[in-house]
Design a protein around this ligand. Structure first.
Ligand code: ADP
Ligand code: ASP
Ligand code: MG
Length: 418
């Protein structure tokens, strides 16, 4: 008998037929003799739809507390429906919201971190023979306020619960049958990985590979939770994420990720004197704006330009912050762009191989595309390019690093994503 936390994403519970499929799958797992906790996301595009609705009613940014109150309802619908579906087909199940399951978070709305898990009710309900269904993506502060964990955060609920409950395994069921060398919806000849290390997966997730939420991978690594990503539509073997993964021989790059959530802000004509950059980035940090790539231009006539990237949703706020320190810093002008995308190659093999970045730049320039920004670390290289050329670039890089499979390997559910 194993103790398993199973997580089903939005597309896996997108309608009544899919919900029933999930209910059967969970019951099947329990009847194999396993103790099962299930984490579910909101159905289909519910979260996006709720965000759209709030935009129709509010000019500007809606209050963060009320946004969390709103968005947490999506998962609450799923848990109730799944619990009643399981009961309807003869199983025993009970649903809990995040707070009922003891998920405590810091007091930050929209992207709270889990601080503590007190899963007594979950244990008790399991002891009584239930399948326990927990709402993903949500938690509660010490003061009893509802929070959410950031988009895609149900993965993190699942892995954190698996760690707190000391489960044997966390299974992430989604609409593709594993982790691929790149998004299989963009590159049809992407190859499915048998296994991948926590470190490489963390890098891919941080760089935009939506298949796992970065914090879920962080948790899995920290608590050494065995993690499997697999399809809710097929019984194919998935991909295991673990401490040390065996890579195919000769591969320097194991994956390619892209991130469309990139806005660039340029501060033009910053007078050259010590402490200017510190002023700018301290002001942004105080407002919890995360800055990613920073490029500092050369000094001309005693002034320089600085560009940096932030999440698209932070562009407006960042501009307001910078406007408020315009006189203090003395810059001439601000500019912003939102038609960009960041494409990254990731691979542990890069450390010991030269020319990896050069091959990336060559492949992109062969398409006649200019690279706006570059950033590197030991196991990744990222380039910011024009969004309209994304698919071509990902495909060209996939071929350039020898990742293409000879046949189409992708098996998954239909895409209903926007
Ligand atoms: P869920 O609703 O189950 O949480 P997500 O949309 O968050 O599903 O994640 C699954 C999607 O991630 C897939 O449909 C796929 O398009 C995308 N994806 C991006 N990169 C990868 C990758 N390297 N391997 C597999 N899927 C990926
Ligand atoms: N429903 C949330 C979202 O769409 C959380 C999740 O799906 O993981 O981001
Ligand atoms: Mg997801």
């Amino acid at each position: 008998m194993a103790f398993i936390v199973m997580k089903f994403g939005g597309s896996s519970v997108g309608d009544a037929v899919r919900m029933k499929r999930v209910a059967n799958r969970v019951l099947e797992r329990q009847r194999e003799g396993n103790r099962c906790v299930v984490v579910v996301s909101a159905m289909g595009d519910t979260t996006d739809d709720l965000i759209d609705l709030s935009k129709q009613l509010v000019d500007g940014t809606p209050p963060a507390r009320e946004m969390d109150m709103l968005l947490s309802t999506g998962e609450q619908v799923s848990i109730a429906l799944l619990a009643m579906t399981i009961r309807g087909i003869g199983g025993q199940a009970v649903s809990y919201t995040g707070w009922q399951a003891g998920m405590y978070t810091e007091a930050v709305h929209g992207k709270a971190r889990i601080t503590d898990i007190q899963p007594k009710r979950v244990h008790d309900a399991l002891d009584q023979g239930n399948i326990v269904i927990v709402a993903g993506f949500q938690g509660m502060t010490e003061d009893g306020e509802i929070t959410t964990l950031g988009r895609g955060g149900s993965d993190t609920t699942a892995v954190a619960l698996a760690a707190a409950l000391k489960a044997d395994l966390c299974e992430i069921y989604t609409d593709v049958d594993g982790i691929y060398s790149t998004d299989p919806r963009v590159v049809k000849v992407a190859r499915k990985l048998k296994e991948i290390s926590y470190d490489e997966m963390l890098e891919l997730a941080n760089l935009g590979a939506a298949v796992l939420h970065p914090r879920a991978v962080e948790y899995a690594k920290h608590y050494q939770v065995p993690l499997v990503v697999r399809s809710s539509f097929t019984h194919n073997e998935g991909t295991t994420v673990k401490e040390e993964a065996v890579m195919e021989q000769g591969m320097v790059v194991s994956g390619i990720a892209y991130d469309k959530n990139v806005g660039r802000i340029s501060i033009l004509g910053v007078p050259e004197k010590p402490g200017q950059l510190a002023k700018v980035f301290t002001a942004l940090a105080k407002e919890q704006i995360n800055v990613d790539i920073i490029v500092q231009g050369g000094v001309m006539n005693g002034a320089a330009d600085t560009s940096f990237t932030v999440a698209l949703g932070d562009v407006e706020k960042a501009q307001q912050v910078l406007d408020s320190i315009k006189e203090e810093v003395g810059f001439r002008e601000l500019a912003s762009e939102s038609n960009l995308v960041k494409v990254s190659i990731v691979g542990a093999g890069m450390v010991s191989n030269s020319g990896v970045a050069a091959r990336m730049f060559e492949a992109i320039s062969a398409l006649g595309i200019s690279i706006n920004m570059v950033s590197t670390s030991e196991i990744k290289v990222s380039c910011v390019i024009d969004k309209s050329r994304l698919n071509e670039v990902v495909q060209a890089l996939h071929t350039a690093y020898g990742l293409d499979t000879s046949e189409q390997a992708f098996v998954g559910g239909p895409s209903e994503r926007r």
